[in-house]
Ligand binder design. Structure first.
Ligand code: PMP
Length: 356
């Protein structure tokens, strides 16, 4: 095998914002069963290291196009983290102040990253769940005349997945089989935007939607009560706190509702968070691919689909973010800072530089 060479991306980027999207689709070579081919779309390659960079960029630019956002106006949003990091990156690059409201249950590195990117983070009590975060953001927007990003309701969300995520998938699978597309939902932007396009352009592709087994809101069949703008009127009765950060808030988002109403999925497969953690760990240690619990959960579902899929099937699972975002969470609980017995034995096996 000769040495690998690279040639650069063929352009000089005018801004970090121009590096959003065009994330790679990568084949799994070691953890997938032999009868199928499993690919993952690695959204950690975005500059803010998650799928939410896409939405953050379009929320701001759609508002700029519509004249809804004045130069220097403060942006405010309720977010479990990745949207906040994406918005903080976009607002920093474009010069808008940003205030994020976030329940205190989400990982510490998310808060610190947002603050590092120049945002203010206002914590809300975890008992208030996603609804509490949202109502606090709304209250702050109304009291101060700020621009509320409304990721769970805005058209700018699914639209950007239609024009980027889905169009990248179409491009990368041109002339190739694509039998299954697997995704979870947070806002539902990915599921709805990609669903629109796959239904139109690749009707043979089966779309698998997933959600946490202990917060299976869509599976419950219980419709979401909404206020006039489509925001949730109450917490969904099937919700329970779950470990898959970024997935399934305590309501069914309006953005996802389009996918439900138009049958943009063929099967709904709930998955326990523990499975997601197991598969995120396997992706890291056996494929060298870093992803969070939601990516692990999506791959866990892909493996269930693979068991029943016809030989030769091609599957694509979304990996929404990077594993590094979970260092302080249960995903890394089994990863010690100290040396293991085996590592100590290795240290002692040669004379030099042993620890005291
Ligand atoms: N996983 C993670 C880690 C996320 O942050 C999000 C977005 N909240 C998702 C999955 C779901 O993406 P979407 O909002 O497009 O449904």
């Amino acid at each position: 095998m000769s040495i690998r060479t690279t040639r650069g991306l063929g352009q000089l980027y005018p801004s970090v914002l121009d590096t959003v999207g065009n994330t790679p689709v990568i084949r799994l070579n070691r953890i997938a069963p032999d009868n199928v081919t499993v690919y993952v779309k690695a959204e950690a390659f975005n500059p803010g290291a998650s799928v939410k960079d896409r939405l953050a960029l379009n929320i701001i630019e759609a508002a700029e196009r519509a004249g809804d956002l004045r130069p220097g106006q403060t942006v405010v949003e309720a977010t479990s983290g990745n949207t906040g990091i994406g918005l903080a990156m976009v607002c920093a690059a474009k010069g808008y102040p940003l205030v994020v409201t976030m329940a205190d249950s989400f990982s510490i590195e998310r808060r610190r990253l947002m603050r590092f990117l120049g945002a203010k983070v206002v914590l809300t009590p975890r008992a208030g769940k996603g609804t509490g975060m949202y109502l606090k953001a709304k209250e702050l927007a109304e009291a101060n005349g700020w621009f509320l990003a409304r990721q769970f309701e805005t058209k700018a969300n699914a639209d950007i997945h239609e024009s980027t995520t889905a169009s990248e998938i179409l491009g990368d699978f041109t002339g190739e089989r694509l039998d299954y597309f697997i995704t979870g939902y947070g806002t539902g932007g990915t599921a709805t935007g990609v669903g629109r396009v796959l239904r139109r352009e690749r009707p043979e592709t089966r779309i698998i939607l997933t959600e946490p087994a202990n917060a299976a809101l869509v599976s419950s069949g219980h419709a979401q009560a909404r206020t006039e703008g489509g925001a949730p009127a109450e917490s969904h009765p099937a919700f329970e706190p779950h470990p898959i950060q970024g997935w399934t808030p305590d309501f069914i988002p309006l953005v996802l509702q389009e996918a439900l109403d138009n049958q943009y999925y063929d099967e709904l497969i709930p998955i326990p968070g523990a499975e997601g953690m197991k598969w995120a760990a396997r992706l890291a240690s056996e494929e060298g691919i870093l992803t969070g619990v939601s990516g692990g959960s999506t791959v866990a579902v892909a493996m269930l689909v693979a068991e029943k899929a016809a030989p030769g099937s091609v599957l694509l699972a979304m990996l929404p973010d990077t594993g590094e975002r979970y260092l302080s969470t249960p995903l890394f609980e089994h990863i010690s800072e100290e040396m293991s017995e085996e590592e100590i034995a290795l240290s002692k096996s040669t004379p030099g530089y042993q620890m005291e």
